[in-house]
Design a protein. Sequence first.
Length: 255
Amino acid sequence: MNGSVMTIPEFRSATAESANLATTPSYWDPAIECTIVYATPTTERDLWKDYVEGACQSYRKHRVAAALDADALRSGRDTALFAACVDASGQVIGGIRARGPYRSADECHAVKEWDGQVGQDAVYKMVADRIPFGVAEMKTAWVTDDPEASRRVTNAIARTPLHTMTLLDIQFIVATAASYVLKRWLTSGGVLASKIPATSYPDHRYDTKLAWWDRMSFAKHAAPAQVSKFFAEQRQMSAAMEPRSTPAVSDAATR
């Protein structure tokens, strides 16, 4: 962005195959001893079912099942991709999904979360202004309840918006979460929409906030360790796919 004017950048996905997820790209994360797999609900049906089952169990346990869209999870139709953290035993211990890329701000779930609340018009405008550059929304994140592993898995999932922007070849990711959760997510370069008041979603126990990731500038806001891991993971995915190519964003962007 230059002043108040947005310019449309030229993007390349890691490979043509990764853009449509035909190759089910993945990488190994030694910090959590998991393979993180990116796929669509149709290409990895069993993995999708495991991810959805884990999400439903987690949300019910934390009494926020109302935030789940049961029909969408059952069909997977509104999910562009999902990421699943698969441990050595084949168990999914965390994951997240992406909706979009959106054609209109009316499709964005975040707008609905501010329904009737102060700030809804501002949320709508933020989304609408970014639609021409490509916007997807991260939803239905969950991690294992294992106290020793949950923080590390959360750190790993925090990088999924970066990979999602590359795989879908878009500039922006939007996400909402309770303030205490977003604090961990923002380590990957997300920026809190501080002028948008919190909304009580999914119920009065929560102060839900909005955050954005920008593919052009995330490295300026991210923790250095998260940026380094992202580029290492991009290299893993690129090396595993043919034809070989470089990541869509170069390491030079962090300097």
